[in-house]
Write a protein that binds this ligand. Structure first.
Ligand code: ZN
Length: 179
């Protein structure tokens, strides 16, 4: 193996080989453009670039994929359709589980099952960009609106003022898509 440990590439790898990196760990940090995340790009009103660091590391026998994201995306406001800034900075964490029964060990954290990962050349690949995109999509507000939107709703009748954010609905939709 010639790749230097923990630094397999300078560009964000879309996928990494799970067996290769699960034990030694994997770290990457750099810029990810919204262009590289087509499902996210479809939701935002203009291009953006996020600072992302990725780490794959075992903790207490569980393999965790951690994303630290810093950046702001522009989404169309649902009232006036002008772009509004949505800060998606944060830490996102997923457990990579070999067995669904191990989900009892991750304390309600999100997880993906190794069995659900697509193999490539017979090797299980961890789709880093896809998983990052999933996390970012879940982090977006379902009904983005400027707090001080100039488009008044008085004339529109009884539109509900605040749509409660429901991450579980988004998660359910995501799960449906994965099945
Ligand atoms: Zn607005």
């Amino acid at each position: 193996m010639t790749a230097s440990k923990n630094q397999p590439a300078s560009n964000q790898p879309a996928n990494i080989v799970l067996e290769k990196w699960a034990d030694i760990g994997f770290d990457w940090a750099g810029k990810v453009s919204v262009d590289e995340l087509p499902r996210l790009a479809a939701q935002v009103s203009r291009d953006g670039v996020l600072d992302v660091s990725v780490s794959l590391a075992k903790k207490n026998g569980i393999l965790w994929l951690n994303f630290a994201v810093a950046g702001v995306l522009k989404l169309p406001c649902q009232r006036c359709l002008e772009p509004m800034a949505v800060d998606v900075s944060g830490e996102y964490q997923l457990a990579i589980l070999a067995d669904e029964k191990d989900s009892a060990l991750v304390d309600g954290a999100e997880f993906v099952l190794v069995d659900e990962l697509n193999p490539h050349d017979g090797r299980k690949m961890l789709p880093l960009l896809d998983l990052l995109e999933d996390e970012l999509l879940l982090a977006l507000p379902l009904a983005p609106r400027h707090d001080d939107c100039e488009m008044l709703t008085d004339s529109v009748g009884d539109a509900p003022e605040e749509q409660p954010e429901n991450p579980f609905a988004a998660l359910a939709a995501l799960k449906g898509r994965l099945n």
